[in-house]
Design a protein around this ligand. Sequence first.
Ligand code: UDP
Ligand code: MG
Length: 316
Amino acid sequence: MSQPYLSIVIPIFNEEENIPNLWERLSRTLETHFNDPAKPWEVIFTDDGSRDRSLELLKEIAAKEPRVSVVEFNRNYGQHSAIFGAFAETKGEIVVTLDADLQNPPEEIPKLVAKMEEGFDVVGGWRQGRTENDSLFRTLPSKIVNAVTRKTTGVALNDYGCMLRAYRRDVVDAMQQCHERSSFIPALANSFAKHIAEVPVAHAERAAGESKYGFWKLVNLQFDLLTSFSLIPLQALSVLGSLIAFLGFALFVGLVIYRFMHPEGTVGGVFSLFAILFFFVGCQFMAFGLLGEYIGRIYQEVRNRPRFVVKRVHKQ
Ligand code: UDP
Ligand code: MG
């Protein structure tokens, strides 16, 4: 097979109900829009430690289709690690990632590729009609994630959470040189890209199975974003600290003056003191927590364990 032009990357974790349909729609799209022999395509699935029949189904596809390979992880490492696992196998000039649950319609891939061919380094999908298809519990956190990401990474995009995205080869190579454990791929990619665009894409409900993101996984993702792309929280901490210290000092001066002016009166009780104390203690704990978050991440980095372990790559 000649050098692929387009690589499709799909992370899979317990998606047995979606794989047949996904492959049907994906292969149809690829066959109709990318049948130019000068621009061959390939599909790389990562089986992220699925406990259902996903891996078997994927291996069946790879056995029939030489343009498909399956990276098998030895256990579950999470969506972004799964994507990195597949990146290592890609050879295409353009790399497109998408979710397996058919929330990102494979039919939108040609749109992204067309945009890439206009000369962009990264093209993101911007999900349309999200609020009808996803519950508020799911859209509200992503709204927050988007807003914070826009602030911390400095790139104004509308939709960071959409995993239907296209990347140029050099951006993928640069990302692979980043060995940090917690990385949010869309934000990481943008830090290596010069020309970034967004195209509106359709967005459906998850076709089958359950979302693999619970509340805590989202909270964790948010911390990843905040701490791995900026020092703003740490800087905010010192600003907050000096502000509080200043207020405390002002209060002290105020109390002393009050004492001199009203020598006979007692200062308004021990309760106000407690209020102030609790406020400070609260702030300190907040600060400790945030420092701990950074230190924990540093600890994970210095241990330098592999991000994931590839058991085998299945291909013809
Ligand atoms: N996924 C994965 N490993 C995980 C969790 C998810 O490979 O630990 C894959 C999953 O199979 C799907 C994609 O990542 O293809 C997105 O997952 P999901 O649809 O659960 O996320 P959501 O759409 O709820 O953000
Ligand atoms: Mg999904």
